[in-house]
Design a protein around this ligand. Sequence first.
Ligand code: ATP
Length: 196
Amino acid sequence: RLRRIGLTGGIGSGKSTAASMFRELGVPVLDLDRVGHAVTMPDSEGLKALVQAFGERICHTDGSLNRRALADYCFADAERTAQLNSIIHPLIWQQEELWLARQQADYALIEASVLLESGGASRMDQVVVLLADESLRLQRVLSRGRHDKTAFRAIVARQCDDAMRRRLASYIIDNNGDLAALRDQVGRVHTQLLLC
Ligand code: ATP
């Protein structure tokens, strides 16, 4: 049976960067955040269920999902967050199963930003966690240009802390160094994953 290995870490910890290094080693990687987008595309079952639950306030005027509005509305309230997850998670897991069934490899990586927060670690055989200091992550995220400092802080506040990441990790990759140091660790973790 194909082993499923989670790849996670806080915002700006280097998940996408590490994922592409694993891909170069021939490892199949599924970007679960991207799957989350796909299952809420216009006309999808997921978007219809969300609108039914939360109303048109979560949509742009053209009817497509306004992710920012959805996050603001749902993450402000624990019950709404739970409801959101109960709609979206099963749709994502279904896509994950379909994708895994198509892979031929020793193991496959499931890259997800909130894997640990969503209880997803229990679906994985093992979990690889990327860690980097928050100040460095902020610096890298700002230079990437997709988020400002306020958005970074809001996302950090919704994510778990490094103590929890360390507790749930089977492997820890320290991404405080340069890209060569990251590649080095990716190679070592890959070797260990092939052995077990
Ligand atoms: P998000 O949680 O927002 O999806 P992420 O965890 O996927 O982020 P990346 O996008 O891989 O993080 O990395 C954040 C930025 O930092 C990117 O611009 C990436 O190129 C850069 N970066 C990652 N690792 C390193 C490194 N070791 N040295 C220098 N830059 C790095």
